[in-house]
Design a protein around this ligand. Structure first.
Ligand SMILES: *Cc1c(COP(=O)(O)O)cnc(C)c1O
Length: 352
């Protein structure tokens, strides 16, 4: 199949992650995370984040988010999130399930990002015993629509959290893209800005499988190992969940992969600037491009073999991973121009 940009999860495993898997595949080591690879990967996170954080490795992002949120809340608590949040729209109720009933409170945010006002509104609208007590705020960095919270915005959110007695969780399924876009140190974007727990995405960053959960305040991680085991997230051959991180983190590949995805999104966006028949639905700040245009154009684009999702407002979503081929990005741009240009030429014959 020609390369597609429907999801950053279409990509394979990057060579650096693959190489450290191969190294970890030599010989026999203890199981369940008692091995040198797991220790080395956890230490790579501590070095990168300049923090003596507690680090856990799980299989996917839904587990990372759900278990992290469950560990920060009681069953009678609530978790404040954006109406676009993956935890709300794409995790099949897992955060509620793993927390034994903590309720997601969905903000009516105008844009993609959560604001201090959104948080205040939800946290303060009810304070009586009949309402689930707000305890956590979760932000997605970058957002599901490819937008980036500045460090300042995260700091303002965390200040609001502290004022209201809330904890701050960050869904960083594409954290590398955010760090690459901001060009800042991971610490500045997380614990130094008041984030308590980060879920750092490995799968979309170039691994085959795996996410890391970082507790910047170790006392919050109490019992998290048991929570992972109970949820079926304790890898028996943990070295294979941990080792690819070594290839990503110790070599700086995590950041280069993020930069590459972002650069490809910029490249497509620049091309589309010159195509009047389409519009970008959101500012292109990370590795996502959402394209708005007439339905007929999308039909023609599909007929040319391109795959994409349209689950957000009917716009076509294109996501760029570590392996995105610049020639394919250019081919996509050319096909969009051809398919939607046609739409302009025949405005009286819209496709069904
Ligand atoms: C991909 C993604 C996840 C993780 O999804 P899984 O399929 O469970 O690994 C979490 N949050 C966001 C914003 C994502 O895009």
């Amino acid at each position: 199949m020609d390369q597609q940009f429907a999801s950053d999860n279409y990509a394979g495993i990057c060579p650096e992650a693959w190489e450290s898997m191969a190294q970890a595949n030599r010989g026999s080591v203890p199981a369940y995370g008692e091995d040198i690879w797991t220790e080395r990967a956890a230490n790579a996170f501590r070095t990168l984040f300049e923090s003596d954080c507690d680090v856990f490795f799980v299989f996917n992002g839904t587990a990372a988010n759900s278990l992290a949120l469950a560990s920060l809340s009681q069953s009678y608590n609530s978790v404040i999130c954006s109406r676009f949040a993956h935890v709300e729209t794409d995790e099949c109720g897992a955060p509620e399930f793993f927390s034994n009933g903590a309720k997601l409170l969905i903000a009516r945010n105008e844009g993609s990002k959560l604001t201090p006002d959104d948080i205040r509104q939800l946290a303060l609208c009810r304070t009586d015993i009949h309402y689930p007590k707000p305890r956590v705020v979760t932000v997605t960095q970058p957002t599901e629509t490819g937008e980036i919270y500045s460090i300042r915005e995260i700091e303002e959110i965390s200040a609001t959290c502290r004022e209201l007695g809330l904890l701050l969780h960050m869904d960083g399924a594409r954290f590398a893209n955010a760090a690459a876009a901001l060009g800042c140190k991971p610490a500045d974007l997380t614990w130094k800005a008041g984030v308590d727990v980060l879920c750092f995405g490995g799968t979309k960053n170039g691994m085959g499988v795996g996410e890391a959960v970082l507790f910047f305040r170790r006392e919050r991680a109490d019992g998290f190992d048991y929570r992972c085991k109970q949820a079926g997230q304790l890898a028996s051959k943990m070295r294979f969940l941990a080792a690819p991180w070594i290839g990503l983190l110790e070599t700086g590949t995590w950041l280069r992969n993020g930069q590459h995805g972002n650069a490809c999104a910029q490249r497509l966006a620049r091309h589309l600037d010159h195509v009047p028949a389409v519009e970008l639905m959101f500012p292109v700040e990370a590795n996502a491009v959402f394209v708005k245009g007439a339905p007929g154009g999308f039909d023609r684009l599909k007929a040319r073999g391109w795959r994409f999702y349209t689950f957000i407002g009917g716009a076509a979503r294109f996501m760029f991973a570590w392996d995105a081929d610049l020639a394919r990005v250019d081919a996509l741009a050319a096909d969009i121009e051809a398919c939607f240009g046609q739409e302009l030429a025949t405005p009286t014959h819209p496709s069904p």
